[in-house]
Design a protein around this ligand. Structure first.
Ligand code: GAL
Ligand code: ZN
Length: 674
């Protein structure tokens, strides 16, 4: 954390998108600004890819065109999130110094011609990036349109060049002190990998066979830190001229190339880019989970910096969003804590790789279905202005840790079918389906106050974090661990002794072997799960797939057992006698998982705080502050029972005992004052 976060000025729920005026002539700028006003746009992100126009050749900075754009926007009351253009260096930079270009894991240098073509460790790149950042900040820090600084764009480049190798060695020295300590921590006694001198340590470039997992894990940690260092350098350059306005960089949800938890404290505003696939029925739950991650990183409201109002163009087959889905995607983000909805991009590009990406003004213009939907969303967000700023902590925490995920998903584990994000999603789903709020936390966070903490797959757990989790349990918390958790320590070394090694005493069970089930990951390859007759709670019967473990109860309670297959009769779900620590050693079917998790939640006094009496299947409900969002995903109308009369803030209609929601419809309810 670098001091208190700077906040955006209050302005209800923000609305707008990326605006790339450099792709258009002056007459279009004027049309754009008028159309933005008509659509209720409050905020645009400008300058993300403007480097080659702002600095056509080294040190010749041309600002007049952007002055004009900012003045026009300001004249219309539209505020600007002004970006540093450093995500896409101009062609001259690679000519000036080809080593500014990144190198891939095979050791090949990439070329200019796309974007994000920079090596985070290149001194030339950094120097030129900071120079243009300073020029932008100096020129527009006093401009009244500017409300926030947007550093780079989706910082995510990993580079394997010799210079990054040098920086990596510096990073390792700081972490381990000596080569001997590194050898010990990584465990380089295997395969004759022992390093005798620092110079021998390089980035984990492609090799004939498997790489050392501690080596690759540390490289991912290093790569994340290198990007964070770039962000900080630009942020600090901005701070030299503007000490007041918030600085952000747009994140990418659960993106695997950076540890956002370690970045969060440096971002004044947590902003995220979210592109759920409208063709995938799993998108709503995944989007909600990702939004909850952002709200948790922010510990408060966050900003949806980018989304699509229609189709993207980077999937093999790009299904557009219906008006209903577009509205739901936007309002879901608000329901999960976003204080604004910005899209990529305002006007569709006629040229370039993204010529078929949707935009708020499509190629066909403003007299279109899509643009009318964009205008309607502007009105919807205006009607929900009071929601802005509201935030409350959830009662359930779901644990996620980037390094743990990286380590768990290295090759050569017992099964590649046990994946972290699908596990998180499966455990999150029952709460999402019933409208129970969930925060996404890290085992190192302060978990006090959460009634229930869920760790669906926390493979790597440092000694400190293990001690914290133990303390959370012994202080009266309730922790549920999923399969293959607490297996490795902070250096990705497997903990020896019965597992889950840091918890066997509290749990009252000891594991001896991992037992991936024959048949791999398919839903058809299952074994049975049956409740243990002696268990006080009944999770019912069901099925388990993919994964099992050989567990032996000591003083714990067996809740369910495997039925059939090689693991017939072994415990699948155990808990401590005091009901505070739970361990699930498999992937159960969704019904059993839901019954178990919601049972736990109920015993812990977790309840959805909703005016809705029962959430029908296919309906998504989420509470934020004083309002409740209801999204009908079905193709048929539903009636949602409510306990108290409610007002739909979107259309002003008051409902008594039942709220009708049309197919694909969204209502936002506020309990009527009685
Ligand atoms: C984002 C990026 C935008 C645009 C968008 C298209 O990753 O930040 O510049 O490319 O995707 O979906
Ligand atoms: Zn590099």
């Amino acid at each position: 954390m670098t001091g208190a976060r700077r906040a955006l000025p209050a302005r209800g729920l923000r609305y707008g998108g990326d605006y790339n005026p450099e792709q258009w002539d002056r007459a279009t700028w004027r049309e754009d600004v008028a159309a933005m006003r008509a659509a209720g746009v409050t905020t645009v992100t400008v300058g993300v890819f403007s480097w080659a126009l702002l600095e056509p050749e080294p040190d010749r900075v041309e600002t007049a065109w952007l002055d004009e754009v900012l003045d026009l926007l300001h004249g219309a009351g539209i505020e600007v999130d002004l970006a540093t253009p450093t995500a896409s260096p101009p062609p001259w930079l690679a000519r000036l110094d080809p080593e500014t270009l990144p190198v891939d894991a095979s050791g090949h240098r990439l070329h200019h011609g796309s974007r994000t073509h920079f090596c985070p460790s290149s001194p030339t790149y950094r120097e030129r990036a900071l120079a243009i950042t300073r020029a932008v900040a100096r020129r527009w820090a006093a401009h009244p349109a500017v409300v926030m600084w947007h550093v780079n764009n989706e910082l995510g480049t990993t580079c394997w060049c010799p210079r990054c190798g040098e920086a990596f060695r510096g990073w390792l020295r700081a972490r381990y002190g000596s080569v001997e300590a590194l050898d010990a921590a990584w465990g380089t006694a295997v395969w004759s990998q022992r390093y005798a001198r620092w110079e021998e340590v390089a980035p984990p470039l492609r090799a004939p066979y498997l790489l050392h997992p501690a080596h690759t894990l540390d490289y991912r940690r290093f790569a994340s830190d290198a990007l964070l260092a770039l962000y900080r350098a630009e942020r600090d350059a901005i701070r030299e001229v503007d000490a007041v306005r918030p600085v952000t960089t747009n994140l990418m949800g659960f993106f695997g190339g950076a540890d956002y938890r370690s970045w969060a404290g440096d971002l004044d505003v947590i902003s995220d880019d979210s592109y759920p696939d409208p063709a995938d029925p799993g998108s709503p739950v995944r989007a909600a989970l990702t939004h909850d991650l952002m709200r948790s990183l922010a510990d408060g409201p966050w900003l949806l910096m980018e989304q699509a109002v229609g189709a993207v163009s980077w999937r093999p087959h790009n299904v557009p969003k219906t008006t209903a889905v577009m509205r739901q995607d936007a309002l879901r983000a608000v329901a999960h804590g976003a204080d604004g909805v910005l899209s990529f991009q305002w006007r569709a590009s006629p040229a370039g790789p993204e010529r078929f990406h949707s935009a708020m003004v499509p190629h066909a213009g403003t007299g279109t279905r899509l643009h009318r939907a964009v205008q309607q969303l502007g009105r919807d967000l205006a009607a929900l202005a009071d929601v802005a700023g509201t935030h409350e902590r959830a009662e359930v925490a779901l644990l996620h840790d980037w390094p743990s995920r990286w380590a768990a998903e290295e090759p050569a584990t017992p099964s590649e079918h046990l994946r972290v994000l699908p596990q998180l999603e499966a455990w999150y789903r029952p709460f999402w389906e019933t409208g129970v709020g969930v925060d996404v936390r890290h085992p190192g966070d302060d978990l006090e106050g959460y009634r229930l903490v869920l760790a669906p797959q926390l493979y790597l757990l440092t000694d400190d974090d293990a001690a914290r989790l133990r303390r959370y349990v012994t202080d009266g918390g309730c922790l549920a661990l999923g399969p293959f958790s607490a297996v490795a320590d902070g250096n990705a070394r497997v903990r020896t002794g019965p597992f889950p090694a840091p918890f066997t005493d509290l749990l009252g069970a000891e594991g001896e072997e991992w037992w991936p089930l024959p048949g791999g990951g398919g839903d058809d390859d299952t074994v049975g799960l049956v409740p243990d007759p002696a268990s006080p709670e009944d999770v019912g019967s069901g099925t388990a797939r993919t994964w099992a473990e050989v567990l032996r109860p000591t003083h714990g309670v067996v809740v369910a057992r495997f039925d059939g297959g090689d693991v017939d009769g072994l415990p699948a779900l155990v808990r401590s006698r005091d009901d505070r620590l739970h361990y699930l050693a498999t992937i159960p079917d969704d019904v059993l998982l839901r019954r178990w998790l919601l049972g736990l939640a109920e015993r812990r006094g977790v309840a959805p705080r909703l005016p809705v009496a029962a959430v029908p299947a296919g309906v998504e409900v989420a509470r934020r502050g004083p309002v409740t969002f209801v999204l009908n995903h079905r193709r048929t109308a539903v009636e949602v029972p409510v306990r108290t009369p409610c007002l739909d803030l979107l259309d002003g209609v008051e409902h008594q005992a039942r709220v009708p929601v049309p197919p694909g419809g969204t209502v936002v309810l506020r309990e009527a004052l009685t």
